[in-house]
Design a protein around this ligand. Structure first.
Ligand code: HEC
Ligand code: HEC
Length: 371
């Protein structure tokens, strides 16, 4: 590299990093083996939106992670090719760049690994393997040119790993902060939150104990902890059958069943949560703490989409991890989950606070007037 191109590359890298770090967010971690470049990001963007990589030619990543819906599909559980439904709610891809594991059960360690799965999942892209996708790319002159420029590969040498790296680079640009909360908390703008939102923040960090999992740090807040907890969601489906379901899962896995396919096609197996990855019985029904950024725009909620509104979510926590106070408690509940004894006003304030976590740019694209 000449001095000038090295400098240009450095400046470019700096500008990518600068635009990728809004108020309230830490720098985006970028793996050494997959540096960010504008051309790679643009290629990933295109791949993310290409519906040809599915069995019916209608499903792309953006079908279920739609920019105009804060990168979700707003469905209870996602619909793949031929309108087949899976078992889980599509999380937003916004700020997924900060996650140490991907998927509700953390079964993929990075965005590169994650992005190979949907194409070949039987209820998502529905391809038998990655070869039809690579065939489309190798025949498309624009893709051939882009892969050559980004990775220096000729068509025959393009692999799914190149595809995954480009998509992951694009996803690392999908970060969003700069919410009313960020302006209040990190930039000292006392007027950024309403009085109800300020009271809601007090509930969030105090009596509600939300912050113990949905973390706020000194200089940034991701509202997640990269850990797994059982808060009681979906428990009803396998109540009394936890061990039986866990054993059936292990038998299927030993017989060669793919975890990604199993958990997204079998409702009871889906409810095993983190157990499917660690095979640790204490993690039956434990799921990854999702970020709460932009949560106003991503209903319905939870890994199974079972809670329709933020009011429902707050009631669920207030009841100690149950939809109704009369429901039985799961024996697998995480330590922090117990009745909160919040008043009706505190519950309203907490919901108001959750709406202060919306990023104005995301709200605008979603058709909501971002402040
Ligand atoms: C048919 C709908 C559908 C399609 C198509 C789809 N996804 Fe997803 N996505 C989901 C669902 C559902 C989950 C949660 C699955 C789970 O956790 O088991 C998910 C999870 C994810 C996650 C993990 C987020 C987190 O919080 O852990 C990322 C990242 C992601 N998808 C990116 C992609 C990319 C990239 C593509 C295209 C290659 C894609 N998705 C295609 C529905 C879809
Ligand atoms: C013990 C850790 C823990 C505590 C405490 C906690 N949460 Fe959660 N939160 C989670 C986990 C784990 C999930 C996902 C559970 C699932 O889908 O099974 C979640 C999901 C959510 C969701 C749904 C997000 C989405 O995208 O679907 C919201 C909203 C939420 N929590 C708000 C709160 C509020 C408000 C509080 C305080 C009253 C709180 N949480 C306390 C761990 C926690």
């Amino acid at each position: 590299m000449t001095g000038r191109t090295a400098l240009a590359a450095l400046l470019l890298a700096a500008s990518v990093a600068a635009t990728a770090q809004p108020l309230g967010l830490p720098p985006v971690p970028v793996p050494a083996g997959n540096p960010q470049t504008p051309a790679k990001i643009a290629l990933g963007d295109k791949l993310f939106h290409d519906a040809r990589f599915s069995a019916d030619g209608k499903v792309s990543c953006s079908t279920c992670h739609d920019k105009s819906k804060a990168f979700t599909d707003r469905l209870k559980v996602s619909k793949g090719f031929n309108n087949l439904t899976g078992t889980r709610n599509a999380p937003t891809v916004l700020n997924a760049a900060y996650m140490k594991t991907l998927f509700w059960d953390g079964r993929e360690p990075d965005l590169e690994g994650q992005s190979k799965q949907p194409f070949i999942n039987p209820v998502e892209g529905g391809l038998p393997d990655h070869s039809p996708l690579l065939a489309v790319i190798r025949k498309d002159p624009a893709y051939v040119k882009a892969f050559r420029a980004v990775f220096g590969v000729e068509p025959g040498a393009i692999t799914i790993d190149h595809v995954a790296r480009a998509i992951a680079s694009f996803e690392r640009t999908l970060v969003s902060g700069d919410s009313a909360f960020d302006r209040y908390y990190f930039a000292g703008d006392r007027k950024a939150l309403t009085a109800a939102q300020v009271r809601g923040l007090e509930v969030f960090v105090g009596q509600g104990r939300c912050v113990s999992c949905h973390r706020i740090e000194q200089t940034q807040a991701l509202f997640m902890d990269n850990r797994f907890h059982n808060i009681g969601i979906g428990f009803k489906r396998i109540r009394g059958k936890e061990l039986e379901t866990a054993r059936a899962f292990l038998r299927a896995k030993q017989a060669g069943a793919d975890v990604d396919k199993t958990v997204l096609t079998k409702q009871n197996m889906s409810e095993l949560g983190r157990f499917a990855v660690t095979e640790n019985l204490t993690q039956v029904g434990a799921f990854k703490t999702p970020t709460l950024r932009n949560v106003e725009l991503t209903a319905p909620y939870m890994h199974d989409g079972s809670l329709a509104t933020l009011e429902d979510v707050v009631d669920f926590y207030n009841n100690g991890g149950r939809e109704k106070e009369t429901d039985p408690l799961s024996p697998f509940l995480s330590g922090g989950i117990r009745p909160l004894d919040l008043s009706d006003d505190q519950k309203k304030d907490l919901v108001a606070f959750l709406k202060a976590l919306t990023s104005p740019d995301v709200a605008r694209v979603a058709g909501l007037a971002g402040k």
